[in-house]
Design a protein around this ligand. Structure first.
Ligand SMILES: *[C@@H]1O[C@H](CO)[C@@H](O)[C@H](O)[C@H]1NC(C)=O
Ligand SMILES: *[C@@H]1O[C@H](CO)[C@@H](O)[C@H](O)[C@H]1NC(C)=O
Ligand SMILES: *[C@@H]1O[C@H](CO)[C@@H](O)[C@H](O)[C@H]1NC(C)=O
Ligand SMILES: CC(=O)N[C@H]1CO[C@H](CO)[C@@H](O)[C@@H]1O
Length: 603
């Protein structure tokens, strides 16, 4: 019997244990194994990419083997963290205290830390995980305290003296401290180690505490399917949670106030969220394992969940979404009954790419390519009156547009799409730049993107149709300034540019035109030479975002930067300098003022 007749799923199990070098060697042994179905198998490449770089697993993420292989290659050298929005106690990880930071810029001093696997924003911090399992933070965890950090400096999170220093990789106990997955709340961080231990931090200056539970045993070095294994941790606005196999989602308040340096563990009284402990069992007894005790509801087993300010919302493996209200009794958590959010139930019995993501007061539900964005107020109304999903939840730009991740700040949010782009929605308090759409504070270069600067800044509602992308290219910012000052012929465009002041008729079309032009930037920047000289051979472009995060009034993204391409583009200089301020035909059929020809729209 030949190995090549095995189905791909079986081959996956065999190849999973191979290093990339061995896998490639295997694939080059014969023609049958060199077949793209095997050589570019999505199962293998996504597994090895996640394992080796500690990339977080998100249910909504899909990709073919080719994409995963490209990511695998580029992750080795190209990760960078960009931040924007309000600079608050050093959370942007760069120097300076500008009140408005609408242009995404890379964080200082993180190149030498190695490959970045994940990044998240907290209320006053940006934290990130490296592929070695080390956690770092810029800013301070709790801005309600007198804690300060040095601007532009990142601190490595500390551990108690009783466990090894995670920098010493050769220590056999390193799995106790190397972080596999982490989560940032507003003012604290939770980490789950390779061994399955939960750590909690409340300050970058103090060592972590290990978390144990009074009424649920947890065990390390176990398969995640074994009872007592910790599968995932999730930090909420002001509480913590973990999924413990057999016990379900456990909640506890943020632990504060230990001063004894000898103490390395806290034992907490956690509260289980009802209906979250059912396990998916073997096919034959699936149904019984999945049902509530009184057999009233079929729940399924938890795939993932989010912690909002007042709710926990969880997704199960049969594509159903449930919510439970979180109440406080002084500092203890009391959790209400779980109830299904029926309007979110898929009409398809086998929905794909299901996920739920969110924080603070908003969350998004992903189901087979469509995404609903909801506020926790809707959960209040639904629990009283079973109301339908409001039509405004279905933002056109987020439907069937490959959304893989949503990240919510207090008033703004972002979507990460499968092509590595990020779009922005909502508003910026104090016009702080949290949308990341570039331009200068209160300048036409912001208005031209559809950001209306008053005391707060808000995106025009029409931008929800196609979205407004965050631009990482420095040249695009220069182009924005150039264009909004009038382009090549400021006198000729004077009358047309009035729309940037009046914000009246024509602004919708103008900002959409600028958006489309920006989306085709790589093509313009490279010109017509079509030399195919290989800088972008993987087709991921100059900037490819792997994840996005937001909290409060700021945001960040983990981005792969192809420096060969960025240098090439920068080398082309201001190739746009003969460009005029566009003259557009408007939706009502009229044309903008001016004498030049009506501008073409980019596809
Ligand atoms: C590893 O941890 C165990 C249990 O905590 C301890 O007994 C042992 O001394 C540790 N080994 C090292 C090398 O730190
Ligand atoms: C809340 O709990 C803390 C700590 O247990 C206690 O000191 C305080 O008195 C409690 N407050 C109320 C209002 O019960
Ligand atoms: C957590 O936040 C909620 C909602 O803002 C608040 O009602 C509650 O008192 C907070 N709990 C603690 C312990 O701070
Ligand atoms: C199972 C299912 O409903 N799949 C659909 C998901 O959405 C894509 C894109 O719209 C459809 O092509 C699939 O049929």
């Amino acid at each position: 019997m030949s190995i090549t007749i095995l189905p791909v799923e079986i081959l996956d199990i065999i190849t999973k244990d191979l290093t990339v070098r061995d896998f490639l060697a295997l694939c080059s042994t014969c023609k049958a194994l060199h077949d793209p179905n095997i050589r570019l198998d999505a199962g293998y490449w996504s597994h090895v990419t996640h394992e080796q770089f500690r990339l977080p697993n998100r249910p909504a993420v899909e990709g073919d083997g080719r994409k995963w292989q490209k990511l695998y290659r580029r992750l080795q050298t190209q990760t960078s963290v960009f931040t924007w929005g309000k600079s608050n106690r050093g959370c942007l990880g760069r120097q300076g205290h500008a009140r408005c930071n609408p242009v995404p810029l890379p964080m200082n001093n993180i190149k030498e830390l190695g490959i970045i696997a994940d990044m998240q924003c907290g209320g006053w911090s940006t934290s990130f995980l490296t592929s070695r399992g080390l956690l770092y933070v810029a800013g301070v965890l709790d801005g309600m305290t007198a804690e300060y950090a040095v601007d532009g400096v990142v601190a490595r999170l500390k551990y108690p003296a009783s466990v090894p220093d995670p920098l010493r990789r050769e220590n056999p106990n390193n799995s106790l401290v190397a972080i596999r997955q982490f989560s940032s709340g507003r003012n604290h961080i939770l980490g789950l180690s390779d061994s399955g231990r939960i750590w909690t931090w409340k300050s970058h200056a103090e060592p972590a505490l290990q978390v144990k539970f009074l009424h649920a045993d947890t065990y390390e070095h176990r398969k995640v399917t074994a009872p007592g294994a910790v599968k995932q941790v999730m930090a909420g606005w002001n509480f913590s949670s973990a999924y413990v196999t057999g016990a379900g989602i456990l909640l506890w308040g943020v632990h504060r106030g230990h001063t004894d340096p000898e103490v390395d563990t806290v034992v907490l009284d956690a509260t289980a969220v009802p209906w979250t402990s059912y396990e998916s069992a073997r096919k034959s007894d699936r149904q019984t394992a999945w049902k509530t005790e009184d057999e009233e509801e079929i729940v399924g087993s938890v795939v993932t969940w989010v912690c909002l300010e007042n709710y926990v919302v969880f997704l199960t493996d049969i594509g159903r979404i449930f919510a439970s209200r979180v109440e406080w009794d002084n500092i203890s958590i009391v959790v209400g009954n779980s109830f299904e959010l029926r309007p979110l139930r898929s009409t398809n019995p086998y929905p794909t790419s299901c996920d739920v993501q969110g924080s603070f007061r908003s969350f998004g539900v992903f189901m087979n390519g469509s995404v609903a964005v909801l506020h926790q107020d809707w959960l209040d109304s639904y629990s009283h009156a079973q109301c339908a999903v409001p039509p405004s939840a279905l933002i056109p730009a987020l439907q069937q547009s490959g959304v893989q991740q949503l990240a919510f700040g207090d008033y703004h949010f972002h979507a990460l799409h499968s092509d590595g782009t990020i779009t922005s929605y909502g508003k910026e308090p104090s016009a702080c730049g949290a949308l990341g759409l570039g331009g200068g504070w209160n300048k036409p270069s912001r208005t031209i993107r559809g950001v209306l600067n008053n005391h707060d800044a808000e995106l025009i509602p029409e931008a929800r149709q196609t979205g407004r992308r965050v631009w990482f290219e420095p040249e695009k910012q220069k182009w924005l300034e150039f264009l909004s000052r009038g382009g090549a012929d400021p006198d000729e465009s004077k009358e047309r540019r009035e729309v940037l002041k009046t914000r009246g008729k024509g602004l919708v079309e103008l900002s959409e035109w600028v958006e489309r032009r920006g989306r085709n930037w790589d093509w313009f920047a490279r010109g017509d030479d079509g030399d195919g000289d290989g800088e972008d051979e993987d087709g991921l472009g100059a900037y490819f975002a792997l994840s996005v995060s937001a909290a409060g009034w700021s945001s960040g993204a983990l981005v792969l930067v192809n420096s060969a391409l960025t240098e090439k583009m920068a080398g082309r200089g201001s190739f746009w300098e003969s460009e005029r301020f566009p003259r557009l035909r408007l939706r009502d059929g009229t044309e903008m003022a001016g004498t030049i020809e009506v501008s073409e729209w980019t596809a």
